[in-house]
Design a binder for this molecule. Structure first.
Ligand code: NAD
Ligand code: UDP
Length: 314
């Protein structure tokens, strides 16, 4: 049945894919965004669809609408973007989620919070399971994001226990694909753009830190399954691809797939950069019947094609 769905951060990388999928599934979608890191380019093709509304709004302020479901994605996600205005970042997570929970409570809507693997900080448990409480620096340069997202999880659970709001928490691990902002400073966009321009590929640190990359369509499937899961499973649940690699290997793969002449150079490692990250997705498999399907080479081919087009338009 068609639902009225609010997607905050809907003009961002993940939000734009989610809006498109929800519309294709026959829903009415309100895309709310303050355009801090998102772009109208990501959703331009949806404007004009009778079932799509675009609202410029900041979730740190009240918002009123009648909706059945809320996907709360609004928050800058790349380290350079969330460190640009750290006070605003933590307000977005904490005040923003509180506003969205108030809306969910009034409308009796289900609300899904886009949390993150960053709640595990620099993890001492590997791979990361949902039962692990993490190893987070509360006063470092990543804390505006990590602690903001941890606090958002707390508020979600307290609204669930105290006010019986139907809440869902997903912990997203590094996700990539078309619609990533070319300037967001994340490893996927940086390496692909550097490779396409035959410029030096900048590895921070020695490149031995690991990440596990999930293609965006797989993540979207998991998010929608979690939102619509009728079993009373509210999470938190890890959503990510467990295929782990070092950043050095990732750089070599990008060079190979782009046929680039780029050389690898080494730059200082930013503070509190996690040394390893890999999701344990047993819970998502058991509760949602979900696991990622897209091979990294196929996902990267689509992402490289997207960045080639972006560069040709610049
Ligand atoms: P993104 O930066 O592309 O999207 C975030 C969107 O939120 C942007 O459109 C931005 O303009 C909007 N926004 C930011 N602050 C806002 C505010 N105060 N009010 C309204 N809109 C606001 O990032 P993304 O990669 O699409 O991430 C989406 C969500 O998923 C974020 O909450 C992020 O923390 C989470 N997440 C993403 C990843 C990943 O690998 N991409 C990993 C973990 C968690
Ligand atoms: N990184 C890198 N070169 C870059 C950008 C990032 O070596 O040009 C590293 C970064 O230090 C981190 C990893 O790649 O160890 C992933 O960084 P990203 O910003 O994409 O996301 P994170 O997982 O750290 O939030």
């Amino acid at each position: 049945m068609s639902k009225r769905i609010l997607v905050t951060g809907g003009a961002g990388f993940i939000g734009s894919h989610l809006c498109e999928k929800l519309l294709n599934d026959g829903n009415d979608v309100i895309c709310l965004d303050n355009f801090f890191t998102g772009s109208k380019d990501n959703i331009r093709h949806l404007i004009g669809n009778n079932h799509f509304e675009l609202v410029r709004h900041d979730i740190t302020k009240d918002y009123f609408a009648e909706v059945d479901q809320i996907y709360n994605l609004a928050c800058p996600a790349s380290p350079p973007h969330y460190q640009y205005n750290p006070i605003k970042t933590i307000k977005t997570s904490v005040i923003g989620v509180t506003n969205m929970l108030g809306l969910a409570k009034r409308c009796k809507a289900t609300i899904l919070q886009a949390s993150t693997s960053e709640v595990y900080g620099d993890p001492k448990v590997h791979p990361q399971t949902e039962s692990y409480w993490g190893n987070v620096n509360p006063i470092g340069i990543r804390s505006c994001y990590d602690e903001g997202k941890r606090c958002a999880e707390t508020i979600m659970m307290d609204y669930h226990r105290q006010n019986h709001v139907d809440t869902r928490i997903i912990r997203i691990f590094n996700t990539y694909g078309p619609n990533m902002a070319p300037n967001d400073g994340r490893v996927v966009s940086n390496f692909i753009i550097q490779a396409l321009k035959n410029e030096d590929i900048t590895i921070y640190g020695d490149g031995m830190q690991t990440r596990s990359f999930c293609y965006v369509s797989d993540l979207i499937d998991g998010m929608i399954k979690m939102m619509n899961n009728p079993q009373g499973f509210i999470g938190p649940v890890n959503l990510g691809n467990p295929s782990e690699r070092t950043i050095l290997d990732f750089a070599k793969l990008i060079i190979e797939l782009t046929g680039s002449k780029s050389k690898i150079v080494y730059r200082p490692l930013p503070g509190d950069d996690p040394t390893q990250r890999k999701p344990d997705i047993s819970l998502a498999k058991k509760e949602l019947g979900w696991e990622p399907k897209v091979d990294i080479r196929d996902g990267l081919a689509k992402t490289i094609e997207y960045f080639e087009k972006k560069l040709s338009e610049m």
